[in-house]
Design a protein around this ligand. Structure first.
Ligand code: XUL
Ligand code: CO
Length: 435
């Protein structure tokens, strides 16, 4: 049985095509800067948005038509595996990602929850072997269930801390079983509402203890995935501990975790933190910690995480430029942590939305490659900072100067001359690479 009978394998047909189920820009085998697009982009589908979420919002019920829904939640879970792999293979993505609760329903007890997972993991493994689709990362959902009302690793309740540990222990075993390339921690409830009743130091110390235990257990079972933390501000907690890339790196360094973790950065999380996506990617690069990305976009008119499919070519190009500058995304990938709008409720919309995101990333990759080949930013930056390549600037960079020498120099060079940045012209020139 087919869940998507209207769609054949999605092919690259170029901009001459008016077939909505074809790629106009993403040509997996096309070589850009020495690698195929497929190798550069390492696309992944997010199980939760594509196979699990139902289109409900705080004001309205589910809208999504999904033919895999059955009366029995375990039967729905089995159907999702079938539908999911039909979707991944027709779309031609090499990877997918999931939370534990996306793939199988929680049971009455923890034991039953794990049994449900085991049954579905067996099916996933069969499908992965059959199709060659791989797991980019898995993770544990420690934010939806009411038990996590006060947090998971940063909870005020030690029993919840233990429960979360059991959940991650299992998720690491599942990740190993399915050969996940990465393991992600997004601290959904790791934050606080009010300092009036919060021991911030204890909560953060406990989170660090939790991460060390996870590192130890992965080592113990021989699960060699790259560990990733996914920063996000504001939502759902008012004060999220992993607010942004810089905050998360400070945490990792403080607790001696930076050698085990990199970052999984998400575009809409960056904008919620008051940053651009490329800012967050650049911060991660400065630390050598760019691990993977969650590709989506927010709506700047709305103050929450809308998780839209990425279609903003300018933002995507600047993000892809950071990835190229990083020498690629390594073991990470481009995971569409994005959901169709509530009004796009048909099954085929899942294809249309992913095709839109993949084509935008393909265009962004090509534009970023042209920027790199032309040395567009390299020239600008070399020119802007050229005072540090010779004379006093070169001495500063070489660490040869102190305040005595600099003060003596400044006394003789106090007629300061700055250069204009001509930023408006730069932005106009950048547009020429995009469109
Ligand atoms: C939430 C979010 C998560 C993580 C995985 O905003 O991005 O789905 O990607 O837990
Ligand atoms: Co995400």
């Amino acid at each position: 049985m087919f869940y998507f009978p209207n769609v054949e394998k999605v092919q690259f047909e170029g901009t001459g095509s008016d077939n909505p189920f074809a790629f106009r820009h993403y040509n997996p085998d096309e070589v850009v800067l020495g690698k195929t697009m497929k190798e550069h982009l390492r696309f992944a589908v997010a199980y939760w948005h594509t196979l699990t979420q139902d289109g409900s919002d705080p004001f309205g019920q589910a809208t999504n038509i999904r033919t895999w829904l059955a009366d029995d939640p375990m039967q729905t879970a089995r159907n999702r595996v079938e539908a999911g792999f039909e979707f991944f293979t027709k779309l031609g993505v090499p990877y997918y990602c999931f939370h534990d609760v996306d793939i199988a329903p929680e049971g009455e007890t923890l034991k039953e929850t794990f049994q449900n997972q085991d049954e579905i993991v067996t099916l996933l493994k069969e499908k992965m072997d059959e199709t060659g689709v791989k797991l980019l990362w898995n993770t544990a959902n420690m934010f939806s269930n009411p038990r996590f009302v006060h947090g998971a690793a940063s909870t005020s309740n030690a029993d919840v801390f233990a429960y979360a540990a059991a959940q991650v222990k299992k998720a690491l075993e599942v990740g190993k079983e399915l050969g996940a390339e990465n393991y992600v921690f997004w601290g959904g409830r790791e934050g606080y509402e009010s300092l009036l009743n919060t021991d911030m130091k204890l909560e953060q110390d406990n989170m660090a203890r939790f991460f060390h235990m996870a590192v130890d257990y992965a080592k113990e079972i021989g699960f060699d995935a790259q560990f990733l933390i996914e920063p996000k501000p504001k939502e759902p907690s008012k004060h999220q501990y992993d607010f942004d890339a810089a905050t998360t790196m400070a945490f990792l360094q403080k607790y001696d975790l930076d050698k085990y973790f990199k970052l999984n950065l998400e575009a809409n999380h960056a904008t919620l933190a008051g940053h651009t996506f490329e800012h967050e990617l650049n911060v991660a690069r400065c630390y050598g910690a760019l691990g993977s990305i969650d590709a989506n976009q927010g709506d700047l008119l709305l103050g929450w995480d809308t998780d839209e499919f990425p279609t903003d070519l300018s933002a995507v190009t600047l993000a892809m430029y950071q990835i190229l500058e990083n020498g690629g995304i390594g073991r990470g990938g481009v995971n569409f942590d994005a959901k169709v709008r509530r009004g796009s409720f048909e099954m085929d919309d899942l294809f249309l939305a992913h095709i839109a995101g993949m084509d935008t990333f393909a265009r962004g990759l090509k534009a970023a490659a042209r920027l790199k080949e032309d040395g567009f930013f390299d020239k600008l930056i070399a020119d802007r900072y050229d005072s540090f390549s010779t004379g006093i600037g070169a001495e500063i960079v070489a660490g040869k100067m102190d305040f005595h020498q600099l003060a003596a120099y400044a006394t003789n060079h106090d007629r300061i001359q700055n250069k204009s940045s001509h930023l408006e012209m730069v932005k106009a020139r950048l547009n020429e690479y995009l469109y």
